[in-house]
Design a protein around this ligand. Structure first.
Ligand SMILES: [Zn+2]
Length: 65
């Protein structure tokens, strides 16, 4: 008969770790990256999240880099 045991806890990645990175040489990535940095230094978490969405959308839509 097979015995089962509880496994180790599963560690899920924090969503912040999945923040998209601006790609080198792309003007739009750079602009969004700067905006995100400014929002972050202003402790505007909603603005940081908006910038992440914009950056992700831009990269999916076809970042030239
Ligand atoms: Zn880009």
């Amino acid at each position: 008969m097979t015995k089962t045991y509880p496994g180790d806890p599963v560690e899920l990645p924090l969503r912040q770790d999945a923040a998209p990175r601006p790609r080198a040489g792309c003007k739009t990535c750079s602009e969004i990256g700067i905006r995100r940095k400014n929002r972050r230094s202003a402790h505007d978490h909603s603005g940081v999240s908006d910038a992440n969405v914009d950056l992700r959308r831009h990269q999916i839509a076809g970042c030239p880099s």
